[in-house]
Design a protein around this ligand. Structure first.
Ligand SMILES: [Zn+2]
Length: 462
């Protein structure tokens, strides 16, 4: 059922997110030599690149390559080649896969200062190559998410452009990534070392090198502590009601659906926060639609949100489990229940959670994690307090950490709320009461207001 997402999204959705810009997905003769007609393109059971989606602004781009089934892949980079009029490139080789013909036939460009275009083609009989042409050299990370399988490329165009060493040896990371000549252009060295798919069970086992440039979240500006920064914009808040559309989320004993509850809470938060004019509040969804997890994060990043709040309702096989908890991203969890929760929210079996461990370590460190921890505790305390005034006895399970995919790659302070258990008959009944939803919303609003006045923002300078 998950596999249909990539098919359905297609380029219309892609264009919607690109706004005025448009995305290029086309076959470029230079750098993508056409091989003999592939035997696998339409063969049943053969993975294929079914869609390429992108979200981009001049400092951030996320590209998602949908293959549905797990594939073996490898990412690499090439420096600009002025003699051949080629820009810096990131390319991902996907082995043993076909590609949907429509992707080959869609020549459109972006050219927004960071991303020039994305193109795809058959590099050889067994390999599909997706090439991301950059406008300038940038730090990037590549990782894969399962269920359905998709390869995610996050490109960070913020901050200083890398100072390129004069010799190729000085920039090439150790290991096979840089060991051999590129099939696209053997003369070109790497520019910015990628984070390679070492933790992806299907990815090639390539040791990774640290990014050439620290992520922006670890920059001195972002890492600076109080006092609060001077802001040039309203505090941007992205509210993310979980699930939606074909994905109902958890379902209570009498049929209440998580996707409906969290959308109602999200709308209340938006209404309450928007009144003062102090906050610019957006939602990843404002209707009953399915949005992939990686797209929600990308929407927050593209919108340069300062705060990301993902809304969920917990569930457990233990029907008496109850209480509110608020999570931040971490590579693991302290107990089996939290891992099971993350697996369910990620839409994958628990055994698949391991694949993004390395990228979580890489992308969620330093000051931003501390800020997220602080916001998560503030949110949880406030939610429990507000709900308790209406429903005495509301329990707090406190601040927690788990590997939620929707938080992976978020560039801002990001938390995920599990607002009681829909599997608990008493809490499900409470969630049908609009005063409970108001209490949850009031708690989030109070915490965001507090944080907004005292916090540190990843994007405070633009
Ligand atoms: Zn959920």
């Amino acid at each position: 059922m998950e596999g249909e997402a990539g098919e359905r999204v297609d380029l219309t959705l892609l264009r919607r997110h690109l706004g005025a810009a448009s995305l290029a997905v086309f076959l470029c003769a230079a750098g993508l030599p056409l091989a003999a007609p592939p035997a696998d393109a339409a063969a049943p059971g053969v993975p294929r690149v079914s869609d390429i989606r992108a979200w981009t602004n001049e400092i951030y781009t996320r590209v998602a390559i949908d293959t549905g089934d797990e594939v073996s892949w490898q990412a690499n980079t090439l420096r600009a080649d002025p003699a051949r009029n080629l820009p810096p490139r990131i390319f991902i080789d996907i082995r043993g896969a076909g590609i949907r013909d429509e992707i080959l036939r869609k020549p459109v460009e972006v050219r927004n200062g960071l991303l020039r275009q994305v193109r795809a083609g058959r590099f050889d009989r067994d390999t599909v190559r997706v090439v991301i042409d950059l406008e300038r050299e940038s730090t990037y990370r590549v990782f894969a998410l399962p269920g359905p399988f998709r390869i995610i490329v996050d490109i960070d165009g913020e901050g200083a452009i890398p100072v390129l060493p004069t010799s190729p040896e000085a920039v090439a990371p150790p290991g096979p990534v840089a060991a051999g000549p590129s099939p696209e252009d053997p003369a070109q060295p790497l520019i910015t070392p990628p984070v390679s798919p070492r933790a992806s069970p299907a990815g090639s086992a390539v040791p990774s090198a640290p990014p050439a440039i620290p992520p922006s979240v670890e920059s001195p500006r972002a890492a600076a502590s109080h006092p609060a920064p001077t802001r040039k914009h309203r505090v941007r808040v992205m509210i993310d009601p979980g699930h939606g559309g074909k994905d109902p989320g958890a379902i209570g004993p009498t049929g209440l659906k998580e996707k409906d509850v969290v959308l109602a809470i999200g709308r209340k938060i938006r209404e309450k926060l928007s009144g003062s004019g102090e906050f610019d509040v957006r939602m990843t969804r404002d209707e009953d639609v399915f949005i992939p997890l990686e797209e929600r994060t990308a929407m927050a990043n593209k919108g340069r949100a300062d705060i990301f709040v993902s809304l969920h309702i917990n569930a457990s096989r233990n029907r008496s489990a109850e209480g509110f908890s608020t999570y931040v991203l971490s590579r693991g969890a302290s107990n089996r229940e939290d891992l099971e929760l993350a697996a369910r929210e990620n839409g994958v079996p628990i055994g698949k959670l391991q694949g993004v461990k390395f990228i979580i370590d890489d992308m969620f460190t330093g000051a931003r994690k501390n800020e997220s921890l602080r916001l998560a505790k503030t949110v949880n305390d406030a939610v429990v307090r507000h709900v308790s005034t209406r429903f005495p006895g509301a329990q707090s399970l406190g601040l927690k950490q788990a590997p939620f995919y929707v938080l992976v790659g978020a560039r801002m302070t990001a938390v995920l709320v599990e607002a009681s258990f829909i599997s608990n008959a008493r809490e499900e009944s409470r969630l049908r009461d609009t005063s409970c939803l108001d209490g949850i919303a009031d708690g989030v609003v109070e915490a965001v207001r507090y944080y907004g006045r005292n916090g540190i923002f990843a994007h405070s300078d633009y």
